[in-house]
Design a protein around this ligand. Structure first.
Ligand SMILES: *Cc1c(COP(=O)(O)O)cnc(C)c1O
Ligand code: SF4
Length: 347
């Protein structure tokens, strides 16, 4: 085993371990982890300052996960929209491919909570071939997004096999990898991994920082290694109650991402996934955050704020109402200082 595998193996996975470290009562959490597993890497555990802080909330089980009866396990209908197991083909020219079912840290708000970290969701050789055959047989697919679980928890050889076989498909233009490993297990981003990845360009990585405290010397180094391998880095943040549902926190996060060469791509409204209801915020909160970014800091720090519609109907960007009135060929628009300004449109 390599070094990062050993570090991952030293993660904590039981409420008793948490109780010993933080002096909390493990009892209420035992039932939660039977349903939704926990894993917290040594690195991420060390970022927690105290119970209940923004990093704690993201990774420590909460009894409310089991009380959330209203919501659905798979509101986006990902399973129904799978042409072959592990592949989600919802948009005309791109697919999401779930190549891993494990993550370094199990996020309590995960939209794929029903399957991530659960036994039986492994990707076998047969499944890999079926997915590759599907992509190869559809010339309209020009973009493959490797997701999971976390694709970077595959070892280098397994990941390289997937990348190499994808690159044999002539119509495939770009490959994207979605990974939270730079945030939760930065030790995984080795120079060997980066040397391998750079052979499969154009390759993009979208990572997943949710709070300014996740930007550390270690995560900055991980991102720098990837960026130095020529990989453009984006970030997908989930808007989470009690973690980052605050304009000041979110603005600082976006600024610090740019500082470590990561371009904010999306802020996601929470999906209506069972077991995550206690993280949901109102859409107004997201719009207020978007208002606090545009104009007030670098335009590059403004991502899209998106909701993912139920039933697989797609992502939709939401914007504050900057256009107040449209009359004749004159628009009345609002700038970042709240001033209403006339804008003459063409006839
Ligand atoms: C989010 C998503 C994509 C990628 O969307 P982009 O807006 O291109 O980043 C593709 N397929 C599915 C099913 C998705 O949920
Ligand atoms: S890293 Fe992503 S897939 Fe894994 S638990 Fe977190 S949100 Fe879910």
């Amino acid at each position: 085993m390599g070094k990062w595998q050993n570090i991952l193996a030293a993660s904590i996975t039981s409420p008793e371990q948490l109780a010993r470290r933080f002096g909390i009562d493990a009892e209420p959490l035992l039932r939660v982890v039977q349903r939704y597993p926990m894993r917290i890497t040594p690195y991420y555990l060390n970022l927690i300052n105290e119970p209940g802080d923004p990093l704690w909330r993201q990774c420590v089980p909460d009894a409310r996960e089991l009380e959330d009866d209203l919501q659905q396990e798979d509101p986006l209908r990902e399973e129904i929209l799978s042409p072959v197991p592990g592949l989600i083909h919802r948009y005309p020219d791109r697919v999401v491919w779930l190549v891993s079912s494990t993550c370094a840290v199990y996020c309590r708000f995960c939209m794929r909570k029903r399957q991530v970290g659960c036994v039986g969701a492994v990707t076998g050789k047969v499944q890999i071939s079926a997915a590759l055959d599907y992509i190869a047989s559809r010339p309209e697919i020009r973009d493959v997004i490797l997701s999971g679980g976390d694709p970077l928890l595959l070892d280098d050889d397994a990941l390289e096999e997937i990348l190499a076989r994808l690159r044999q498909i002539p119509h495939l233009e770009i490959i994207r990898i979605g990974s939270r490993v730079p945030v939760t297990l930065p030790e995984r981003i080795t120079t060997r991994l980066c040397r391998m990845l750079k052979r499969y360009h154009p390759l993009y990585i979208n990572t997943h920082f949710n709070h300014p405290l996740e930007i550390t010397a270690e995560s900055a180094t991980a991102c720098a290694r990837l960026a130095d391998a020529g990989i453009p880095l984006g970030n997908q943040t989930v808007l989470l109650k009690g973690v980052n549902d605050n304009p000041g926190v979110m603005k600082r996060l976006m600024q610090l991402l740019l500082k470590i060469r990561v371009k904010p791509y999306y802020i996601h409204q929470m999906d209506l996934v069972k077991g995550t209801g206690h993280f949901r915020t109102r859409v107004e909160q997201g719009l207020e955050i978007m208002e606090s970014l545009r104009g007030h800091t670098s335009g590059m720090a403004s991502p899209y704020y998106v909701i993912d519609l139920e039933g697989g109907k797609g992502k939709v960007p939401l914007l504050p109402d900057y256009v107040k009135r449209v009359g004749g060929n004159v628009l009345l628009v609002r700038n970042y200082r709240g001033e209403m300004v006339e804008y003459g449109d063409v006839d």
